[in-house]
Structures are given as C-alpha cells and as structure tokens.
Design a protein around this ligand. Structure first.
Ligand SMILES: Cc1ncc(COP(=O)(O)O)c(C=O)c1O
Length: 444
C-alpha cells in the first residue's frame, strides 16, 4: 500500500458513516443500553496477531461499540452540561490527526503553537476578556484549575485554596492532589459564594476559585467583591466559567463576567457549549510568568537555538507533548463566526426558556432556582424519592437523558440545552415524557 491508500479507499466510507450517524442519532436511545462489562466481554482479550482490514474496525464499531455509546450528539441529550461537536471541528480533528503535530516546544510545532495563541486571543475577544492575556489550551477545566492552583501556590508560597460549597469537584481534587488545605465557603440562597464568609476564609489563601455558572444550577458568584477580597489578601483569583463562559459571546450575558477582568486566571471550555469536540479547555492568565515559573523544566535534549525568543506552551502547563487542539477550535471560529456562535447560544437559551415556562405553568411542578443560561433546575412537587424515581424512569425510557443535582437538601432535576441538533420538538418531548411519568408516579 502507498501512503494515503487507506485514507483514499476507506475515508469516504468513514465520512459517510459519520454523516449518517448525525442523521440517525436522534432515533437511537440516548443512553447506552449496556451493563458494566458488557462491551469488554464482547472483545477479545488480546490484540490480533496479524493486522486486519479497516472494515473490521468499522464493523465492530457498529456491532459491539455502538450499543455502549451514550450519545452526546443526540438532540435529546439534556444531562450535565452539553458537549456538542460541529462538523467543521470534526473535519479539523481528522486533519490534526494526520498532521500529528506534537508541540513539545515551539520548534516541533510552530503553527500549532502560534495558532493556539491566536485562537485563545480570538476567543478572549469574543467573550469580552481583556486583550493581551496569555492564553493556551489544556485538555480539561480540571487540568486548567490544577495548573492555576500550582501557579498560585508557587507565587504566593501559601498552601490554602478557597472555594464555595457549589464549586466544581475539580477544585477539591486539585487541593487533594497538591496536598493543600481546602476552605469551603457557604453560599447564599441563590447558591452564590457568600462574600462575608469569604472575607474570613481568604486570609493566607494561595487561590480563591469563583464560579461563573456553577455545575448544579449555573449560579454566578459575585466576582467583583471576590476580586476585591483577593486583592486585599494577596490571593490569586481563578474564575471557573467552564460552561457559562461561552455565553459571553452574546452581550446580553456579559453581566455574568463583571469583575472577571480582575482575575489572575480564567477557564472556559469550548468543549462544553462552544461546539468544539472533546477535549478543549482554554486557560487565560494575566500572570503568565507565574505559570512559567511553575511549569518550565527544559532538559538539555529539548534545548534549541531559538529557545530564547520562541514560546513553548509546554512551559505553561503540566503536559510536555501537546496535540494540535487549536485546529478544531480555529475551524469552529472560522466556519461559524461570532454570529454563528451567538445563534447557537441564543437558540439553546430560548429552548431552555420555553421549557422553564411549561414547568412554571404546571402547578404539579416547580422551578427550583432562577435560570440564567440554558439550564433549568426543577422538580415535581413531592418528596425526593418521587423525583429520584422520576429521573430513573425517564432515562430508562431511552428517549431523553437528564441528570440531577441536590440543592439545599432537595433532590432536583436538571435539563441543560446545548445540542446542535436539539429542536423545540425535542424539548417538548422531554416535557411530555416527564409529565407522563410524573402523573403515573403521583397516582401510585
Ligand atoms: C463549572 C465546572 N467547572 C469545571 C468542570 C470540569 O470540566 P472538565 O470535565 O473539563 O474537567 C465542570 C464540568 O462540568 C463544570 O461544570
């Protein structure tokens, strides 16, 4: 076989499979219908001795793996937060794989390195973040927050992280991995960090994590007051806007980014609500020298004549080998533009708003917390147990997939909109399903 032969012979079939998948995904059960171990049990214990044709991979993807796929691209995927991949980004992933740039340092991947800085600056501009900040891509918000914590520990010499009781678990995980003390500040009735609580916790803190769009209910912490407290205490302020940050592309949501310009670092996940496939998490910092001081270890074998003037992003985060993630994000930004991203955000929010209206109009149900973005947190009036049963019956049906949160000791359901294929009819289907099961449960 000559180079490129397999791409030419099997490529069209793979692309056709991918295109068909997007057409038919709405007809599949959203949640994988397998039990733990089922997929592995159908696969051989060892790799084949001799290579097989690629057609075997495609066949087994369809027959063995597909039943074990939970479909994040499904129009009725409403669980956790959305992670939808648009077609330009999918094609760019193929190109990134064939180029296989490995950005150990600038010299090994100049285009990948420089495009990463450019797309980080483009997204900062789209979201209204200050110009001139350092920006790069990590695999996940968890890694970005860990990196910020390491930088904060390094430049403050302190060993305490402060967050709220609604902060994402990645903050607690970072503290545990770094063996740092975690101080957890209480929230107010709207699930925002209490600033009076922060004022007594911030003394001696290396880093405070404020969240714009908390995981359970998209609460927005009072960042201006938190920034003030951090500045008085000499603590690093990290803003976690993993999900909601994407909404800042629309001016009407920018209120939620008030004070974020005072942060030392900010994380937003394009792989959540910005139509970029996993994984792609943007970390910006106005203190790149602190990241570099924490992460720059350049052994002799990686020294090059251009080391002085060339930026190597591996010196700003935990990984050495970095893949060409900026290509897919660039494709999203080029092919959708500001307008396309705004349309996606506004459409998701409008659908969530419709759903919220139906919940509010039905006296058997309640909306639990004010909706800011595309997540509705709600419950059937009744006890936690009935809501638990409701969610599991709803998800078992295969037509929709929702998740839950516990807020103020109450078990709640979460419907998060953000899929590229989701229509009003899909949201209506979710509501009808919930109402039907809710009525059945109320009668038993
Ligand atoms: C607010 C917030 N921060 C961080 C994360 C973690 O994101 P990742 O999976 O990229 O580590 C999540 C995940 O949902 C989140 O909601």
């Amino acid at each position: 076989m000559r180079p490129g032969d397999l791409l030419r012979s099997s490529g069209p079939e793979v692309i056709a499979w991918a295109a068909d998948y997007l057409e038919r995904v709405g007809e599949l059960p959203v949640l994988a219908s397998v039990a733990p171990g089922d997929v592995a049990a159908r696969l051989p214990a060892c790799a084949p001795e001799e290579g097989e044709p690629f057609a075997c991979v495609l066949r087994d993807l369809e027959e063995i793996l597909m039943p074990g796929i939970t479909h994040w691209q499904h129009p009725r995927y409403f669980a956790y937060f959305p992670s939808a991949a648009c077609e330009p980004a999918v094609l760019a992933e193929l190109l990134a794989a064939v180029l296989n740039s490995v950005a150990l340092l600038w010299r090994t991947a100049p285009a990948s390195t420089e495009l990463e800085g450019v797309v980080a600056a483009w997204v900062a501009d789209l979201l209204g973040l200050p110009a001139g900040w350092h920006g790069h891509i990590e695999d996940s918000a968890s890694t970005a927050t860990l990196a910020a914590a390491i930088a904060a520990r390094g430049c403050t010499g302190r060993r305490v992280i402060v967050c709220s009781e609604q902060s994402h678990s990645s903050v607690a995980k970072a503290a545990r991995m770094l063996d740092l003390e975690l101080r957890v500040v209480e929230c107010d009735d709207a699930f925002r960090m209490r600033v009076d609580g922060l004022r007594s916790a911030v003394s001696g803190a290396a880093m405070v994590v404020a969240t714009v769009g908390t995981t359970a209910c998209t609460a927005v912490d009072p960042v201006p007051e938190i920034a003030e407290a951090c500045s008085a205490a000499g603590a690093w302020l990290h803003v976690d806007a993993a999900y909601a940050g994407a909404a800042m592309v629309c001016p009407e949501f920018r209120w939620a980014f008030a004070g974020v310009d005072r942060a030392d670092s900010v994380v937003v996940n394009p792989h959540k609500w910005m139509l970029t496939p996993m994984d792609c998490s943007l970390l910006w910092s106005r203190r790149p020298e602190a990241l570099r001081a924490a992460f720059s270890v350049v052994p002799e074998y990686l020294r090059t004549p251009d080391s002085e003037e060339a930026l190597s992003l591996s010196e700003y985060g935990p990984a050495l080998g970095r893949r060409f993630r900026s290509l897919k994000l660039w494709a999203v930004l080029r092919c959708l533009g500001r307008r396309g991203l705004q349309e996606h955000i506004r459409r998701s929010v409008a659908l969530a708003e419709e759903f919220e209206g139906w919940v509010r109009a039905d006296p058997a149900w309640e909306v639990v917390v004010e909706r800011h973005f595309s997540l509705v947190v709600f419950r059937l009036r009744g006890d936690d147990d009935v809501n638990r049963k409701l969610l599991s019956a709803c998800n078992e049906g295969g037509e929709v997939f929702l998740s839950h949160a516990v807020l103020g000791d109450r078990y709640c359901l979460r419907l998060a909109v953000g899929g590229l294929l989701t229509t009003l009819e899909d949201v209506r289907t979710a509501w009808r399903t919930l109402q039907r099961i809710g009525t059945e449960l109320s009668q038993t």
